[in-house]
Write a protein that binds this ligand. Structure first.
Ligand code: KIV
Length: 256
């Protein structure tokens, strides 16, 4: 199979498992979605990481449905070839009814699928979302929306009980209808094991090289995230350098 071209569907992402690495990047607005789409990245996420890299919040826990709707609507106006996924923010999917209703609100502004964090504990919510006809992308491992409860961003799966929980959570998400699962900061050996065992693609972030795909916060890749770039990213410093140079050159040569 070659890299998919044309409109990317959930089925196309699923079919990439074991065939083509799934590249995925975050986008937060129209301009970014246009730019990333020109590079034929098959999956774009309007991530709630926008809390930190766009809105200047300390973490993702204060991102609201209003924020996600605003940014998803803007990204969707790019009408990308990529599959456009949007994050359900913290506290928006506490019950199956609220999960399905908020997923519908994101779909109504252009999201083609939604993502939420957790496994077994949200499996009824996932069933409700999928039952409402909205494709669901799982998110396991380190869960940024739980950062306050967890006391930091910690690697998951190093302890045997954590690895067992990850297996159970991944199976619960697949049973509930997830079409792929993001694995964030999962011990690489466990991520590799899950990738081999699961029937749907795993998309890693800081989880080693053996996932079916990789996802990054795009501003981390560009080295333009304002406050912090995680250790697992190798940012392309030249991007920020060129941006700063363009601004400085313009400022120094301003004529009107
Ligand atoms: O919000 C986000 O950016 C994410 C990451 C997995 C990329 O969820």
């Amino acid at each position: 199979m070659t890299e998919p071209t044309g409109k990317i569907t959930v089925e196309a992402i699923r079919a990439m498992k074991g065939q083509v690495p799934v590249a995925a990047l975050t986008v937060y607005d129209y301009a970014m979605a246009k730019l990333v789409d020109r590079c034929c990245v098959p999956l774009m996420l309007v991530g709630d990481s926008l809390g930190m890299v766009v809105l200047g919040l300390p973490d993702t826990t204060e991102v609201t449905m209003g924020d996600m709707l605003h940014h998803t609507r803007a990204a969707a106006r790019a009408e990308p070839q990529a599959l456009l996924v949007a994050d359900l923010p913290a506290d928006s999917y506490g019950t199956p009814d609220s999960a399905a209703a908020n997923a519908r609100r994101l779909a109504d502004v252009g999201a083609e699928a939604v993502k939420a964090e957790g496994g077994l504990v949200i499996s009824e919510q996932v069933r409700a979302i999928v039952g409402a006809g909205i494709p669901f992308l799982g998110h396991l491992g380190m869960l940024p929306q739980q950062v306050k409860r967890e006391g930091g961003y910690k690697i998951k799966g190093r302890q045997a009980d954590e690895a067992t929980a990850l297996r159970n959570d991944a199976n619960a998400l697949v049973d509930a209808g997830a079409f792929a699962i993001v694995l964030e900061l999962v011990e690489p050996a466990v991520a590799a094991e899950l990738t081999a065992a699961l029937p749907v693609p795993t998309i890693g972030i800081g989880s080693g090289p053996d996932c079916d795909g990789q996802i990054l916060v795009t501003t981390d890749l560009w080295a333009t995230s304002p406050d912090y770039i995680p250790k697992h990213v190798q940012p392309n410093e030249a991007v920020r350098g060129e941006m700063e140079k363009a601004i400085t050159d313009w400022k120094n040569g301003m004529s009107n």
